[in-house]
Design a protein around this ligand. Sequence first.
Ligand SMILES: [Zn+2]
Length: 446
Amino acid sequence: MKKTTLLFILLTVISVQSQTDTRIYNIVEEISAQRLEKDISALAGFGTRHTLSDTVSNIRGIGAARRWVKSQFDKISQDCSNCLEVFFQKNFVEKGSNNRIVHDVWVINVVAIQRGTKYPNRYIIMSGDIDSRVSDPNNFTSDAPGANDNASGLAGTIEAARVLSQYKFENSIVYVGLSGEEQGLFGGKGLAEYAKKNGWDIIGVLNNDMIGNIEGIDGVIDNRTFRVFSEPVPPAETEKERNMRRFYGGEIDGISRQLARYIYKTTQKYMPEMNPMMVYRLDRFGRGGHHRPFNDLGFAGVRIMEAHENYNRQHQDIRTENGIQYGDVIEGVHFNYVKKLTAVNAINLASIAWAPPAPIEVLIGGIVEPSVKLKWSQPSDNKDILGYKIYWRDTTSPTWDHSRFVGNVKEFTLEGIVIDNYLFGVSAIGKNGYESIVTFPSGIIR
Ligand SMILES: [Zn+2]
């Protein structure tokens, strides 16, 4: 190898490894706790945002709330020369669809798309919920401020739009307020179907549901830790894929899990004071959230939320009983914590939206050999790509602990690594230093 070539490779490797973009730190700082407080207060101020509540009033009910959300996105768009496409995405749900739909209702989401400059049809999505509830899920008239569940997640989504709309991205970012969550995940289902019908190439969904409580029911107070829930494998996998998994692995390496690992890594890199906690579960034990309808259709999606929940402040009539205050009121929300978790979302949206598409059709081989061979394809034009990074980890490790930058090639052999003892994946790195989510192999090289 020529000396100059060697030097070039060395410099490239050094620049990849030391790559940090100060814009990411700016994004963290630009998220405002004051604006989040104002928005959460505004949302809690609509009395109830129950999916079946009043739609005519301009001060109370789900109708007023969703028009307010749209007005916020419209305002943000005005401030960035109309950089957002804002619209209502409507879904008709018939009375009796389940026992929580007691009359016919339009479940209406508010969508804002910041169109990518290079990959307009590739979407990274951040969501929060508009709707709220009290103790009786079908009570659509009592006060249900839903300050933490889920004005916090929705305010975070609006604030992320405010900050990120000041930047330009190669991939599209979608900010969305979903409705109908408490009545049976209807808004997420509607938008996931809309996305599928319109051929959206969804990179992933960051669903934020309750990102403002720091005082757990167990007495723990913690404003650093948060949870990222991800299901193990897509529920839509085929019998053949399931059978492949048995022999080649992948039961802890589904697409949502890779998204969770990406969030974990980005957070550790840019916000090391935070403690991301990956939970190897679709959601909390027996409970649900709006990332699930996206998972159901085969899209990657995770739930981001506080680490310590307080059930006295969730789905409760506002009251005092035996000296305990119940109700999801504004006093239970810690705006600085909402700010931190909003920043976690924003830096991940930005990193993914600046990154090239992940490799596709990653193949792996190395049965009874002293080395591992990987081969992959790139779905986009090669001009953006600096190169690829091969990752591997112990089969018991949750994170991609070992990696090697291999340059702009489409196959590589890792000498001296035995395939049986590790799990492997490949990511793409752009010339701007941003990295895609890791792709786990989906086929075998014989
Ligand atoms: Zn809820």
